[in-house]
Ligand binder design. Structure first.
Ligand SMILES: NC(=O)c1ccc[n+]([C@@H]2O[C@H](COP(=O)([O-])OP(=O)(O)OC[C@H]3O[C@@H](n4cnc5c(N)ncnc54)[C@H](O)[C@@H]3O)[C@@H](O)[C@H]2O)c1
Length: 285
């Protein structure tokens, strides 16, 4: 999509981190915005900041895991903009941390509902109108480098991110076979300095899960440090805009992590037992 100005975009998880940075970057390109987030106060702040710089903004408080709420949100965006050209299914949570066998059913459900069903709802509710319009469009699904690797102690997160990579690949093929003018990207960042390490703030019901386990506690601390030392969200937003223009499918913002992906692919083809990633070997011995 060469011409961004005048298009309309939908961004979930738009009140913080990558979603917020992307909203600002697209606003700078003259894109009209539907911002979707579950956090009311942060969403209002994002809306005000974007309006102050002259952007056209529709802020919708909705939980991406709630099919009914998403249906209403998508209807509002379509009513306001007619067509939503750029669909960014970005909202996500870190999920519970720790050994998988200690995680509760709600740890799994919360992560799958937000990280996977949230993306599916966006596709299901916005793509029919975009395809029917015949206009050029682009879907950007936020996965993670954890969608193409398998780091330990975050299994629900890793499983949902692998699912987002896989469904994005399916979507790209299906759109091509349907001759739709809609491209797809899947965003696979490494660590980005955002509020992801405090995702529990948006958890619907508290569940102890693996939280009391020493490995889980160690992992939580390490994750916070890694996220805090990550790249700026603005850099990720810049890369997404470049991918929109280039119609690039995979968006890797951390080239230094590609050897880890290659190593995993080779292990699969060599039918080897997955080894511990060097980063996690250093952290946990
Ligand atoms: N930060 C990283 O290191 C990193 C790395 C790889 C991938 N990601 C992915 O990037 C995406 C954005 O995360 P971020 O790092 O900007 O974190 P963030 O916490 O700063 O932003 C996430 C946003 O999603 C919103 N959100 C959470 N649950 C929601 C729900 N149920 N419904 C609607 N909105 C909800 C939050 O309120 C928040 O505004 C996520 O999908 C995350 O998995 C982040």
């Amino acid at each position: 999509m060469e011409q961004l100005s005048g298009r309309a975009a939908w961004i979930t998880g738009a009140a913080s981190g990558i979603g917020l940075a992307l909203a600002h970057r697209l606003a700078d390109e003259g894109v009209r915005l539907a911002l979707v987030d579950v956090e009311e106060a942060a969403l209002q702040q994002a809306e005000a900041a974007l309006r102050a710089k002259g952007a056209t903004v529709l802020a919708i408080r909705a939980d991406v895991s709630n099919a009914e709420a998403m249906k209403a949100a998508a209807a509002r965006a379509l009513e306001a903009f007619g067509v939503v050209h750029i669909v960014c299914n970005n909202a996500g949570v870190g999920g519970g941390g720790g050994p998988m066998w200690l995680m509760s059913e709600t740890d799994w459900k919360w992560t799958i509902d937000v990280n996977l069903h949230g993306v599916v709802h966006g596709i299901r509710l916005l793509l029919p109108a975009l395809i029917a319009s015949g206009e050029e469009g682009h879907v950007v699904n936020t996965a993670s480098i954890a969608g193409v690797t398998s780091p330990p102690f975050m299994a629900p997160y890793v499983a949902t991110k692998h699912a987002v990579v896989a469904l994005s690949e399916c979507l790209a093929k299906e759109l091509e076979l349907a001759h739709a003018k809609v491209a797809v990207s899947v965003l696979c960042p490494g660590f980005v300095r955002t509020n992801i390490a405090t995702s529990e703030r948006n958890r619907p019901e508290a569940a102890p899960g693996a939280g009391d386990n020493p490995l889980a506690a160690k992992f939580g601390g390490a994750l916070r440090q890694l996220v805090d030392s990550g790249i700026a969200a603005e850099k990720v937003a810049e890369e997404i805009v470049r991918a929109l223009r280039e119609k690039r499918f995979y968006i890797f913002t951390h080239p230094e992590m590609k050897p880890g992906v290659e190593h995993r692919m080779k292990q699969i083809l060599d039918e080897q037992t997955p080894g511990i990633d060097p980063l996690f070997r250093a952290l946990f011995g």
